[in-house]
Each structure stands twice: as C-alpha cells, then as structure tokens.
Design a protein. Structure first.
Length: 364
C-alpha cells in the first residue's frame, strides 16, 4: 500500500524519523505522504509542524491513529506509552514502526508481537544498529571461515546520563516512564547485536548499579553471557557524567584464528583485524567499511549509496525508515520485526533478574 504516514512524538526520535521520512518522499525513494503529527507539548508540536509542513497536527495520539488518511504510524514516545499506542495502531489495521525498547519487559513485548502477527501487518522495531556498517561488516567478517570459531567478545557502550546535555530527556530519570536504566533504554541495541552475531543465549549472570541514585534506573549494567554456540561475552553498559563524550560503543571479538576490534564510532569506525596468515595486524578503513556494508546490505539505490558514503549525519535512521516504508509499499513483512525485539527483551529481563537475585540464570 502507499504509505500515508503519521508520527507520534516530536522529540529526538520523532524528529529523526520525520527527517528520514521527508528525505525518502522528497527524493522519490518512496511514493507516499507525510500526513500527520501527534505531540502533546504545544511548543514542540508547533515548531515541528511548521518545519515539516504536515497537514494534520494534534496533541492527541488517539486522534492520529484514528485518522482515516493515515495508514502507517511511527510510535516515538517515551517507552511507557509504546504498548498502549502500538496495540491501538495494530487494532486499527495500520502499519507500525515502534521505537525500541518495545516495552518495559518481554511479557508486554510478546503481547505486541502476537498482536502484530495476528493482524498480519507490516511492522518494524527501531533496533537501528542493524543498519550500522561497522556492526554489519564485523558480522560478515566473523562468518569468514578463515577467522575460525568465535570464542569470546567484549562489548562496552557508554553515554552520559541522558537527562542532561543535548538529550535533556525529561523522562529517562523517572522509572515510571523509562521502566529501567541504561540496559533496557540504551543497551538493548547491543544485546540484539550480540544475538545477531552469536545466536541464542544459554546462561548469564548480570550485575547492576545505581551510582546516580535514581531509584529503579540503573546507570551501570555488567553481564557475562554464555551463548549456546559456546561463545562467552562480557557486556557492560554505562551512563556516566562525561558530558564531552559522544554516545558510542567499543567491541573486541576473538576467534580461534583471528580477532576484530573497533571503538568509539558505531557507524563506520575502522575495524582492526589480526588474523593468521596476514603479515601484520591491519585496519579496514572507514570508507571501506562503508563500501563493504553497501554491498553486504544490498543498498541498490544510487542516491542512498551516496548518502551512506557521506559523513555520518543520522543515515542509520534513513536506512531504517527506507527499509520499513519500502516493505509497507510492497505489502510484505519488514525486518527487524517485533519477534527480534522480543528475544532481546528476554535476554535483558534475564540480566535484570540475575542482578536482583544474585544468581546465574538459565535461558531456554
Ligand atoms: N533507536 C534509537 O537509536 C533511539 C534513540 C533514542 C531514543 N529511542 C527511543 O525512542 C523513544 C522516544 O525517545 P526520544 O529520545 O525521542 O524522547 P524525547 O523525550 O526526545 O521525545 C518524546 C516525545 O514524545 C512526546 N510524548 C510524550 N507522551 C506522549 C504521548 N502520550 N503521545 C504523543 N507524544 C508523547 C513528548 O512530549 C516528547 O516530545 C523512546 O522509547 C526511546 O527509548 C530510540
């Protein structure tokens, strides 16, 4: 179907998706319309509506979902509202993009997944690292038999506590709105990446801390994950106070015959490779990482290729939205779907449970 789009929430993500949607439509990558915006904050609503020029503007998300001209909805609100709004979109038979995390826990995420499946509606979750060149190319390299069997990985993400600085989030310090802290709100992306590299998790142990003393909102999560494949991963997620540091990630993967590492740029960092048979450790430079990604992900449209090659300016969201809207246009399922998100939620829940109980948790 021809997407006629409405966005709920005019904050950081509502703006990122709005710009990406606008780009796709303006450049003829997608044949559709940007019809509506719902945002309760009047100032935010007015300035977004002026910039985007959308015809239907409301403070009420239910009115947007019910709007007869809108058949495709983005949910970009604080997490606490995702479940209710997503279920309403699905009940209305409209295509749905929902930001991550889908919900506060896997039980609610499963309800959303089941509703989406039952409705047979195109849906996608905002696990945007699936569109990162460095993440994708690392995955491709890992699958090269010359690297040998993957043995272990260390992944660390860090950002400053996002209630300050350019995020100035009004809700991430309040457990009633955010559900938990850095693991659920930020690092669910990493958990999904690790699952995409190494498969299902067999057993894990997690620890969380609250250095900033925000009740229920952990600022440190550290976990050891044992995958069914035998790989053992150390994962740490941190909200600190280093306001000059951009939000990013570091990764090291060690296989029997080689190792890969990158740091502080989760879009197109150079990847360092040390491998049996190579004369010395070498780096795959950023522009090669991007070219490899373009081939691997099958980015066919030349305009998209050019955008992906430009210095980073939010292209991951563009690729994400193009993927979703193309699937809507073609009336087919999209990816990553809610099923992918549910498994990441199950692992996140198990880490929290382990931290609460001080116990090793066995997963199915
Ligand atoms: N995929 C990513 O990379 C990524 C990055 C940041 C945030 N997120 C997720 O996106 C979601 C939004 O985060 P954000 O950073 O944009 O937050 P934000 O605070 O910048 O924006 C949220 C907006 O939603 C509005 N809002 C609140 N309640 C609403 C309601 N009931 N109906 C409509 N609008 C409502 C707020 O007024 C605000 O403008 C969160 O779930 C967050 O976890 C994803």
């Amino acid at each position: 179907m021809r997407p006629r789009i409405g966005i709920i929430g005019a904050g950081v993500m509502g703006q990122a998706h709005g710009k990406a949607v606008h780009f796709c439509l303006k450049n003829g990558l997608i044949d559709g319309e940007f019809v509506g915006l719902a945002e309760p904050d009047p100032e935010r609503r007015d300035s977004y509506a002026r910039a985007a020029g959308v015809p239907f503007v409301t403070g009420d998300p239910h009115a947007l979902i019910a709007h007869p001209e809108i058949n495709t909805v983005y949910v970009c609100t604080p997490t606490v509202y995702h479940r209710e709004l997503a279920l309403e979109v699905l009940a209305a038979g409209k295509a749905l993009f929902c930001e991550k995390p889908l919900a506060f826990d896997a039980a609610d995420a499963r309800i959303m997944r089941d509703a989406a499946k039952a409705a047979g509606i195109t849906h996608q979750v905002g696990l945007v690292l699936r569109f990162s060149p460095v993440v994708t190319v690392t995955r491709d390299l890992l699958r090269d038999p010359a690297m040998g069997t993957p043995m272990t990985a260390v992944m660390v993400d860090d950002q400053y506590f996002p209630i300050q600085g350019h995020y100035r989030s009004t809700w991430r310090g309040d457990v009633r709105l955010v559900g938990a802290g850095t693991l659920l709100e930020h690092a669910i992306h990493d958990i999904d990446v690790l699952v995409s590299y190494f498969g299902r998790v067999r057993r894990l142990h997690g620890v969380t801390r609250h250095f900033f003393e925000k009740e229920g909102v952990e600022d440190l999560s550290s976990a050891t994950l044992e995958f069914a494949s035998g790989v053992v991963v150390s994962h740490t997620s941190i909200w600190h106070n280093l306001l000059h540091r951009g939000s990013s990630r570091r990764m090291l993967v060690v296989c029997k015959d080689g190792q890969l590492s990158w740091q502080d740029d989760d879009w197109h960092a150079p990847i360092r490779v040390d491998q049996n048979g190579a004369a010395a450790e070498y780096a795959i430079p950023s522009h090669d990482v991007v070219e490899r990604y373009i081939e691997s992900a099958g980015v066919a449209d030349e305009r998209l290729r050019e955008i992906v090659r430009a210095p980073y300016a939010g292209q991951d969201y563009l690729l994400e939205d193009y993927t979703f809207l193309k699937a809507v246009s073609d009336d087919r399922p999209s990816y990553p779907d809610f099923d992918v998100a549910v498994y990441a939620h199950e692992v996140v829940d198990a880490i929290y449970r382990s931290a609460r109980e001080g116990a090793v948790i066995e997963l199915e």
